[in-house]
Design a protein around this ligand. Structure first.
Ligand code: GLO
Ligand code: MG
Ligand code: MG
Length: 413
């Protein structure tokens, strides 16, 4: 192979992508409630220790590219598209107007809006700091985002509190800070109730998102479980309006089985929105695309979600790697992420109808014969002893479905 010029490299990527095959059509992809974040496609590859590797691109291009791929929904932070200084001024209305036009032109919908409460220096002492003027500003910011949401037809508002925490222990009162953060969410819900009436629309679903480590040293609401305790603490004025937007990697980062964490949210009826990506446990937030690291785990997660009727939104909150070019972001990153998600979703459907798993699950629930003495632990154990091998058998069957052995795929030695 001789050295390829960049334009030939691009052609090679495109040729190998189509050689991979198995791509779903944009129409098929649009059947799923899959959402594309402005910030994910706009990510330039920079981080604390790494300079950017891709150029700046705006929302018009991103909305158009998502639409071509078949990602039917778009979402954004307030400041992804509106400069912080323009919020609440004519510039906001002008940009929101242009977003509306771009969405319409590309047959796209805005599904979700979110407030940036982590990046701007104003949040340096947290998003619920001692300075009451900044807390009032935070309340205004989340309410303003809700307004933008209604203007763009969104159904969801997401809150990643980001900087809600601290560097120096002992300097702030945690319970007071949590109360102030509750006040911010209360303000968003209150504003929503008024705005929904004004716009003649239902109120938004307000979804909290937890992340255990970054961006400050100690996070006050580090997990979705902590957020559920917050929602049910009695401190929210409208707890029924507030649910969760878990992120796959954020739960995995702290070491839980993601499926178990999601089950706890389903149990409380608070799983409303889901950021889909992948990555490694006990590491920082690498936001790798769905299914590239833990496909077996992902299959299991989707079996749980499908069996509980959760159909999205599935939000592609991931970062195309720095090594991927701008061409690659739309030619490789997003279409392949969507297609792996759909393939795993379909496999989860196979799991739910698989006759072997069905029979095994039914047999486990039917259980062995009851023993006469309800306090006879040894007898109960003996009565079920052989059935419980089915747990491991089900795990093996999941693996077979993942690699297609249930459909006859075989490997010779
Ligand atoms: C960062 C979060 C971030 C949120 C976004 C939505 O780690 O995942 O991308 O999902 O701010 O509120
Ligand atoms: Mg996220
Ligand atoms: Mg993340």
């Amino acid at each position: 192979m001789s050295a390829l010029e960049p334009i030939q490299q691009q052609a090679l990527v495109d040729r190998l992508m189509s050689a991979c095959g198995g791509q779903y059509s944009p129409e098929t992809r649009r059947k799923f409630f899959i959402t594309g974040p402005q910030w994910a496609a706009a990510y330039e590859g920079n981080s604390l220790f790494q300079d950017k590797t891709r150029p700046t691109i705006g929302f018009e291009r991103i909305i158009e590219e998502y639409s071509k791929i078949g990602i039917g929904y778009w979402c954004t932070h307030d400041t992804d598209v509106i400069p912080t200084a323009g919020l609440g001024h004519a510039q906001q209305d002008e940009i929101v107007g242009r977003i509306g036009e771009a969405l319409k032109r590309n047959d796209m919908k805005c599904s979700m809006v979110t407030t940036e409460t982590f990046h701007n220096p104003v949040w340096a002492a947290s998003s619920a700091p001692e300075a009451s003027q900044i807390r009032d500003y935070a309340a205004w910011r989340v309410s303003n985002t809700v307004k933008i949401g209604h203007e763009l037809g969104a159904q969801f508002a997401v809150y990643w509190p980001g900087s809600l925490g601290y560097w120096i222990q002992g300097a702030i009162d945690e319970t007071q800070t949590l109360q102030w953060y509750a006040d911010t969410l209360n303000a968003a819900c209150e504003a929503d109730i008024d705005l929904a009436k004004k716009f003649g629309r239902p109120t938004l679903k307000h979804c909290m998102e937890a992340k255990p480590f970054e961006p400050v040293a100690e996070i006050l609401l580090p997990t979705s479980d902590a957020m559920m305790a917050f929602i049910f603490s009695g401190k929210l004025k409208y707890p029924a309006m507030v649910g969760l937007n878990p992120e796959y990697l954020h739960e995995r980062m702290w070491g839980t089985a993601v499926r178990a964490a999601l089950a706890r949210m389903l149990f409380a009826n608070k799983l409303w929105h889901f950021d889909i990506n992948d990555g490694y446990s006990l590491k920082h937030d690498v936001d790798i695309a769905v299914g590239l690291i833990n496909p077996f785990d992902w299959l299991s997660v989707l079996v749980l979600l499908r069996s509980h009727g959760f159909n999205g939104p599935f939000n592609l909150d991931y970062k195309p790697p720095r090594s991927t070019s701008q061409h690659g972001v739309f030619a490789v990153s997003f279409p392949t992420a969507v297609d792996r998600f759909i393939a795993l979703w379909e496999m989860a459907g196979e799991v739910l109808t698989d006759p072997i798993i069905k029979e095994a699950t039914e047999a486990l629930k039917t259980a062995g014969p009851r023993v006469a003495d309800p306090l006879d632990a040894a007898g109960m154990f003996a009565a079920n002893r052989e059935l419980w091998s089915l747990h491991e058998l089900i795990g093996h069957r999941l693996f077979q479905i993942l690699i297609g052995q249930n459909k006859g795929r075989s490997f010779s030695v």
